[in-house]
Design a protein around this ligand. Structure first.
Ligand code: CP3
Length: 358
């Protein structure tokens, strides 16, 4: 099934019948059925750690919408949780760590989690998904080492990244040892996810865009490169498409494409036709509707979706998505409009003669 599915074909830039579509945070709080489960079960982290529940939530958006991918219900912060930093989520405030990383000793003491054991609940959820009725490819994921490190060092979500940027400029060798550890843990983790059935993997670099230009290469790109090189060097994992997504990383698309990944996520600040000119001969592009467009009327949503499709233009190599995760207040009806518009208006970009001409 998987290699013939249009998501995999688009990511490997083979012809498709229509543009595949899925979206970040497709299982989550905008869905009443998610909110209901969350109310009954109480804690987000407990839901992630229960494989049956995680599988059920992963399936929720697929039961409602005609999507081309499932993304496993989990979080990028399960790696530091497995490193014993004491992860919790505060209502309306987001994640926090009881033991943030502030000195060299804390970095040296961090264990590298065994994915089969310490993150076995994610592996089990992936297995359950592959045994389910879902006919679409399953995406596994992790955070970029830099993005995960921001939470580990700040201890919570941050506005100005004071603690981690102090470490970057005052004690860069500490930060490099931390990033190397997270990167090694992420290699093992994604390898295990693929081993258990993930058919695509994605690395979320949500905070790469807050780095100064030169620092991006040294502190974020380099460690994503390590993960890509590792996965591409392993027999089991080398054929699995890898998507990198640096939010606000539009200026670094060439550098990101040169890592050897298969697809690049782009946010809404990027012009998709220019992005295709810059890197479309090497990688597929995923994106890039502004998630805030979903606050608009159905007619306006249609117009904006059509602009993204036309911006990419004819031929394969485009995976329709939002430029970042869906906002929790969005109504599922608006999501339906977005998906139907992609289905209806993308066909013309994949007619045979157009594919051969492109
Ligand atoms: O995309 C999906 O549907 C798969 C599941 C997924 C979640 N988090 C579930 C989640 C994925 C891929 C993530 C990635 C993630 N987690 C990122 C990178 C992508 C991005 O959105 O920027 C980051 C930075 C995190 C860390 C995180 N997790 C934060 C900052 C928060 C709080 C903010 C928020 O959106 O609530 C979370 C919680 C979280 N992760 C929720 C979900 C469904 C909300 C949980 C709830 O309150 O029920």
């Amino acid at each position: 099934m998987s290699s013939s599915h249009r998501l995999i074909k688009a990511l490997t830039r083979q012809p498709v019948d229509s543009t595949p579509v899925w979206f970040m945070r497709q299982a989550g709080r905008y869905l009443p059925e998610y909110r209901q489960l969350r109310q009954n079960l109480g804690s987000f982290l407990a839901m992630c750690k229960n494989p049956e529940i995680a599988c059920q939530i992963t399936l929720q958006p697929l039961q409602r919408f005609d999507l081309d991918a499932a993304i496993i219900f989990s979080d990028i912060l399960v790696i530091p949780d497995a490193m014993n930093l004491g992860l919790g989520f505060k209502e309306n405030e987001g994640p926090f760590f009881a033991h943030p990383i502030r000195d060299k000793a804390a970095i040296d003491n961090l264990p590298i989690p065994d994915p089969e054991d310490d993150l076995g609940y994610v592996m089990k959820a992936i297995q359950l998904m592959r045994q389910s009725q879902s006919a679409v490819p399953l995406i596994g994921f992790c955070g970029s080492p830099w993005t995960v490190a921001t939470y580990m060092v700040e201890g919570k979500s941050s506005r100005n990244f004071a603690c981690i940027k102090s470490m970057l400029y005052n004690e860069p060798t500490w930060l490099h040892s931390l990033l190397a550890k997270i990167s090694l843990a992420s290699c093992h983790y994604l390898h295990a996810q693929i081993n258990h059935g993930a058919q695509v993997v994605m690395i979320f670099d949500t905070w790469g865009g807050v780095l100064a230009n030169r620092e991006f290469s040294e502190f974020s790109l380099r460690y994503m490169q390590n993960i890509v090189s590792y996965l591409k060097s392993q027999v089991l994992t080398c054929a699995v498409p890898i998507i990198l997504f640096t939010k606000h990383g539009g200026q670094w698309l060439e550098l990101l494409a040169a890592t050897g990944c298969d697809g690049l996520g782009i946010d809404w600040t990027v012009d998709i036709s220019q992005a295709r000119e810059r890197v479309g001969h090497r990688v597929a592009l995923q994106g890039n509707l502004d998630p805030a467009v979903l606050y608009a009327s159905p007619e306006r949503i249609q117009t904006e979706v059509k602009k993204v499709l036309a911006g990419y233009g004819h031929g394969t190599g485009h995976v329709f998505n939002l430029g970042h995760g869906i906002h929790p207040e969005i109504s599922p009806e608006k999501v339906q409009v977005m998906i139907e518009t992609v289905r209806q208006y993308s066909l013309v970009y994949h007619q045979k003669e157009k594919i051969y001409a492109s």
